[in-house]
Design a protein around this ligand. Structure first.
Ligand SMILES: *[C@@H]1O[C@H](CO)[C@@H](O)[C@H](O)[C@H]1NC(C)=O
Ligand SMILES: *[C@@H]1O[C@H](CO)[C@@H](O)[C@H](O)[C@H]1NC(C)=O
Ligand SMILES: *[C@@H]1O[C@H](CO)[C@@H](O)[C@H](O)[C@H]1NC(C)=O
Ligand SMILES: *[C@@H]1O[C@H](CO)[C@@H](O)[C@H](O)[C@H]1NC(C)=O
Ligand SMILES: *[C@@H]1O[C@H](CO)[C@@H](O)[C@H](O)[C@H]1NC(C)=O
Ligand SMILES: *[C@@H]1O[C@H](CO)[C@@H](O)[C@H](O)[C@H]1NC(C)=O
Length: 260
């Protein structure tokens, strides 16, 4: 049975979550979306035009900005703010694809809404008519299989391990971190954490800590789980779901490709 748990700070959002299968391949899929109730009217074509141009700019700029890009388009009431973040381990081309797909799906999931968040496994997109840059929010959703318990001997090691991952991620240059736990009896567990880069390191730390605390009882005894927030994200699994080389963060992908 798949169960999704969520914590949403304010009640004006409608949340859609999708069944998430933990398949062995690290495939991309949509994990959920969140739509404001507030909308813009059909006649508000300027907002719509600005939104389209904002989404296009996120797609064109995200890779050269190492998987994180923010932009603002328009003036006054028609102004729209947008953020996209790709998971730090994915390739430049998959980041670009994921961003493109998210900009296509978000307006479909939340038609005419003016504050929209969409989570994919590989990327996160939010746009809004109100500024949210740098403003850390502790809202989040977790995706796990509620009957997929881990062995008791691992359970006591899993959360402390992820607390260490959460403590180390804010100090990494891109606020992205992966780590491996060698359990004493049951193989390895893999952890990953990431923050959006518009918040500072201290907020990144507070965001990750808060997610772990909020979802402690839900994830504490599970073998695999994911937490998606507005500013921070965490993944935990029993196989290495992330790739080793981070071409997106090193920015060497294009040069390397041209050599072959
Ligand atoms: C954003 O849109 C909502 C709903 O239409 C509106 O109440 C709010 O005032 C808008 N914010 C700004 C900054 O225009
Ligand atoms: C993009 O993702 C697919 C599907 O997981 C993977 O097979 C492919 O190698 C990735 N592309 C690159 C360039 O890493
Ligand atoms: C983007 O969407 C296309 C078409 O649905 C799909 O084939 C592709 O795998 C998706 N790419 C990513 C990275 O999600
Ligand atoms: C959830 O976990 C249980 C126990 O490991 C497993 O039997 C079941 O197939 C899982 N469900 C899904 C949808 O993956
Ligand atoms: C985990 O085990 C591997 C060898 O299996 C070793 O290389 C690595 O350093 C160990 N990691 C920790 C944190 O102990
Ligand atoms: C990543 O690197 C580690 C250690 O170098 C290796 O054991 C592992 O198989 C690699 N994983 C992938 C997915 O490339």
């Amino acid at each position: 049975m798949q169960t999704l748990y969520l914590v949403v700070a304010c009640a004006i959002f409608i949340l859609f979550l999708f069944p998430n299968t933990f398949c062995l391949a690290d495939t991309n899929m949509k994990s959920g979306s969140q739509c404001s109730e507030a909308d813009y009217s059909d006649s508000d074509s300027t907002f719509q035009t600005n939104l389209r141009s904002l989404l296009d700019s996120l797609v064109s700029n995200v890779v050269e900005h190492h998987g994180f890009y923010q932009n603002v388009v328009g003036e006054k009431a028609n102004r729209v703010y947008g953020t996209v973040l790709c998971r730090g381990d994915i390739s430049a081309s998959n980041c670009s694809d994921c961003t493109l797909n998210s900009t296509r799906e978000a307006p479909n999931d939340c038609p005419m809404r003016n504050d929209v968040t969409i989570w994919f496994r590989w990327c996160f997109l939010r746009y809004s008519n109100e500024s949210f840059f740098g403003d850390m929010q502790q809202t989040g959703v977790t995706v796990t299989n509620e009957t997929d318990f881990d062995e008791p001997s691992v359970v006591s090691e899993g959360l402390p391990f992820m607390s260490r991952v959460a403590a180390e991620a804010p100090d990494k240059s891109f606020m992205f971190h992966t780590a491996v736990l060698n359990t004493s009896k049951s193989g390895k567990r893999y952890g990953m954490a990431q923050c959006t880069r518009d918040i500072n390191r201290e907020d990144c730390r507070r965001c990750l800590d808060a997610q772990l605390l909020t979802f402690r009882t839900v994830i504490g005894n599970k073998r695999r789980w994911e937490i998606y927030g507005s500013n921070c994200f965490m993944w935990y699994n029993d196989y290495q779901f992330y790739s080793n080389g981070s071409t997106l963060l090193s920015g060497e992908s294009f040069d390397t490709c041209l050599l072959f």
